[in-house]
Design a protein around this ligand. Structure first.
Ligand SMILES: Nc1ncnc2c1ncn2[C@@H]1O[C@H](COP(=O)(O)OP(=O)(O)OP(=O)(O)O)[C@@H](O)[C@H]1O
Length: 260
């Protein structure tokens, strides 16, 4: 574990919490073709928070997520990862068509070398958690789009992640299912307490899901603002939220994006 250092978050200097899962410190990214995708970024993903990231196409959201995953290096600056178990959820659930829901859910744990009995147990528990225990023996083609996304979530949960990196996971779903899936994610978050970096094009979704919202802009890709939610999610669907304050935040973010 590395020692504390000073980072700038949302224009404010603070001492990085040792509990932060990932810390970006003056991080830039220039691709091998010379394209400067990210201007210096200072940001932390805190342990146990849902950090949503919203911005226009091409502003560097996926670039940032790939660096958080350790899949791509910074050109300058440093990315510090203080996390052992990371799971990924993408827009495409990427299920193996010839494998059962149960086998698909076990897949990541299997690749990571988790023993058979343990991965079975973890996958079954994760499937129960997303409400799909009853279709464990079905094939992916027998499921709806929302159910496939739930399998993708269960597969991510089965390896007990500290950090979930989610790149527009619900973008391909219809509006109704999308709403339900964001409630579902928050319920799972409440149950398991993992940190989340959640990329979306939707301001509404970013505001609903995030404890903090990172607003990105392009030309070059950068963090234009980091905003604390005025009414953060608790994961309890029966707990009321301050919808007026959340609407005001959505308008503020839209204004930032329009002028950034
Ligand atoms: N391997 C690469 N080589 C060169 N340029 C790249 C590469 N990957 C991404 N880019 C460019 O970097 C910029 C940021 O890309 P990135 O995928 O991070 O944006 P994004 O905000 O996630 O976009 P979207 O919302 O459309 O998915 C884009 O202009 C993209 O074309």
């Amino acid at each position: 574990m590395s020692g504390p250092s000073t980072t700038t978050v949302s224009g404010q200097t603070r001492t990085a919490d040792l509990g932060d899962l990932v810390t970006f410190d003056g991080v830039t990214k220039t691709y091998s073709n010379g394209f400067a995708a990210l201007a210096p970024v200072d940001l932390a993903i805190r342990r146990g928070e849902v950090l949503s990231v919203v911005g226009p196409s091409g502003c560097g959201k996926t670039t940032l997520l790939r660096m958080a995953a350790g899949l791509s290096g910074a050109s300058t600056g440093s990315v510090r990862r203080n996390v052992e178990r990371t799971s990924y959820v993408f827009q495409d659930p990427t299920l193996l068509a010839w494998r059962s829901v149960q086998a698909n859910t076990e897949l990541v744990a299997r690749i990571r070398g988790v023993g058979r009995a343990e991965r079975r147990r973890a996958a079954s528990e994760a499937l129960e958690l997303v409400g799909l225990g009853h279709v464990a023996h079905s094939l992916p083609r027998e499921l709806s789009g929302g159910m496939k996304m739930r399998v993708s979530l269960a597969r991510a949960l089965a390896s007990d992640p500290e950090l979930m990196l989610m790149d527009e996971p619900f973008a391909a779903l219809d509006e109704f299912t999308r709403e339900r899936m964001s409630d579902e994610l928050l319920r799972l978050w409440r149950e398991r307490g993992f940190g989340v970096m959640f990329i979306t094009h939707s301001i509404r979704e970013a505001v609903k899901i995030g404890h903090r919202v990172v607003v990105m802009a392009k030309g070059p890709g950068r963090v234009a603002d980091v905003v604390d939610s005025p009414s953060p999610p608790t994961g309890d669907p029966s707990a009321p939220r301050d919808e007026v304050a959340l609407d005001a935040l959505a308008r503020e973010i839209a204004a930032t994006l329009a002028t950034a």
